[in-house]
Design a protein around this ligand. Structure first.
Ligand code: NAP
Length: 529
């Protein structure tokens, strides 16, 4: 089932360069088969094919694209346990987690099928002509969102299904009518290939061009850069490190015709503990906090890396609870050796900073042969946090720092100094929230999602979800990479002026056969116009 070949527009291409194998992070065993870096000629072939398939994909009936997405959900399920087992071997993510994530990936396929069938997502606007208007007649103008063309997708290491080859990026781009070229994540190439084959099977089943999808495997930056700078690429979706995302943003900006890179790069996701909440339930919040820090071995971009609370006995109770709960967390295997080494290096730097204390950690030692990481909870004071830049950068893994502040003004000052964040959380009573409203006002300027009495880990893919934030959390703060609005990254508005009705795209024609919600002469309606 896994051959190590690239899947280029329905053609299987044997890997010819720089062979590599996936590695089981738990056992360090190499996994069969060998993969290889796709060549620049293969990158060109995939993008030429994608561009050639663009019209067939975008002009296919919406119902066909919706059926493709549903067929993809079926194909993913049809891979059965072998998909879960391969992903488990390549990522060490537990089978239960992978089963849940597969469910999320499948639901995303169905969610976008429903979205495009309903049709309103494409922002349909109609302004009728007013030929009698004086002094200048008004023309008939209609506008909708249209797909932009070939999209290059870089999947995440930590979500092999839901943000991988068949994740939100691929699924919403293809739902919109954009062909996709995926660069497989080098840490789980076998999983990528299985999922790539599922996409091709769904395309075949629904009669859509196989050239609308390619999967190129590769390790090292050259292939990714070539895909981003290829003249036919119209947009890029990326989830991963700030360094990788920034490199791709710069590569895209240096093109003669720059294109958008929608990069989701993570953040420190600050948590603010307000006095009322600490008085009511400090120990409970401490327990929930450690649960969030260690979920998925801390390998979530929404991991709460910094907590702030006012100096008080209750904050002490919180720290004690967090430390006790950290001890109970057994070290777990991380996604790959590179991430584990970065975690060890990052927490080692923290430990050398004067004014940082290790409050609690997993009671057992991590087994480095099994790529394991221990949970580590640190404490410090705000002046130390403010004067050490390295404490304000994400260390990917199950660690976090609890920071003691003296006053609310301290907390606000820290909040104002934050870089862009994916999430920020506030624990409080409703009265706290009213009293500390200025904190919410500051966080609105910093974060894509603000959570009350919860943590950012666990994202609901729905219409109202925003997963993004100001740079460096994401490259473009307006767009989300999760939820139905993620489709807006791969479309652009086009206005049609003075067109005969039957020459307009179907959703803009007077009859409104899809029955979509449209803004007609500034009034929202599903009626014919
Ligand atoms: P990564 O190193 O950023 O790699 C992600 C993808 O981008 C891979 O396919 C990688 O392939 C490619 N890439 C990276 N740098 C590139 C460059 N300069 N030019 C071209 N392509 C490039 O992320 P990762 O391996 O998933 O994890 C490493 C770190 O990313 C973690 O320690 C964590 O900080 C962060 N991370 C963040 C999230 C998130 O949700 N925001 C998720 C996972 C990881 P090649 O390296 O083969 O080119």
């Amino acid at each position: 089932m896994i051959t190590g070949q690239h899947l280029i527009a329905g053609r299987e291409a044997a890997a010819s360069c720089s062979p590599f194998q996936a590695e089981n992070p738990t056992t360090s065993q190499k996994l069969e088969p060998h993969f290889g870096d796709a060549t620049l000629a293969e990158a060109d072939e995939a993008l030429q094919a994608a561009d050639g398939a663009f019209d067939a994909l975008r002009l296919a009936p919406v119902e066909t694209r919706a059926q493709f997405l549903e067929a993809l959900a079926d194909e993913i399920m049809a891979l059965g346990d072998s998909l879960l087992e391969r992903a488990h071997a390549e990522t060490a993510l537990p089978m239960a987690r992978l089963t849940g994530e597969r469910g999320r990936a499948i639901n995303q396929c169905k969610m976008f099928a429903a979205l495009i069938r309903e049709g309103s997502w494409s922002a349909l606007n109609i302004d009728h002509a007013q030929p009698e208007r004086a002094p200048v007649p008004k023309p008939d103008v209609r506008k909708m969102l249209l797909p932009i063309g070939p999209v290059v997708v870089f999947g995440a290491s930590n979500f092999p299904f839901a943000i991988g080859v068949v994740g939100t990026d691929t699924v919403c781009a293809m739902a919109a009518g954009c062909p996709v070229v995926v660069k497989g994540h080098p840490a789980h190439p076998g999983t990528c290939e299985m999922l790539g084959r599922a996409v091709l099977a769904a395309l075949r089943k629904t009669g859509l061009p196989e050239a609308s999808f390619s999967l190129l495997q590769g390790r090292g930056n050259e292939l990714g850069r070539a895909l981003v700078t290829h003249p036919l690429t119209q947009a890029v979706a990326f989830t991963g490190s700030l360094r990788g995302g920034r490199a791709l943003m710069d590569a895209a900006a240096s093109r003669p015709n720059p294109i958008p890179v929608y990069a989701e790069m993570g953040s420190i996701n600050p948590v603010f503990l307000l006095p009322g909440a600490l008085k009511e339930r400090a120990a409970k919040i401490g327990e929930a906090y450690v649960g969030s820090v260690t979920m998925g071995v801390g390998q979530f971009c929404t991991n709460p890396a910094v907590v702030l609370g006012l100096k008080s006995p209750e904050l002490g109770t919180f720290v004690q609870s967090a430390a006790e709960n950290a001890e109970k967390i057994a070290p777990q295997t991380m996604l790959h050796r590179g991430i584990c080494e970065a975690y060890e290096a990052g927490t080692a730097v923290w430990s050398t900073i004067s004014g940082i204390k290790l409050a609690g950690q997993s009671a057992t030692e991590p087994n480095s042969d099994a790529t394991q990481a221990a949970c580590r909870i640190y404490t410090t004071t705000l002046d130390v946090l403010e004067s050490n830049e390295e404490l304000r950068h994400e260390v990917f893994g199950p660690c976090s720092i609890v920071t003691e502040c003296s006053t609310l003004e301290d907390m606000l000052r820290f909040a104002r100094s934050l870089d862009g964040q994916l999430t920020a959380a506030i624990h409080g009573t409703p009265e706290d929230l009213r009293e500390y409203a200025p904190l919410v006002r500051v966080l609105e300027r910093k974060a894509g999602r603000i959570i009350f009495n919860g943590f950012g880990t666990g994202i609901e893919p729905c219409a109202s979800m925003h997963h993004g934030g100001p740079y460096p959390a994401a490259s473009h703060s307006f767009f989300t990479s999760i939820g139905t609005d993620s489709i807006l990254r791969f479309v652009r508005p086009v206005s049609y002026q003075g067109f005969p009705d039957d020459c307009l795209p179907t959703p803009l024609q007077n009859a409104n056969t899809p029955g979509a919600m449209r803004l007609v002469d500034n009034k929202l309606t599903r009626d014919a116009s």
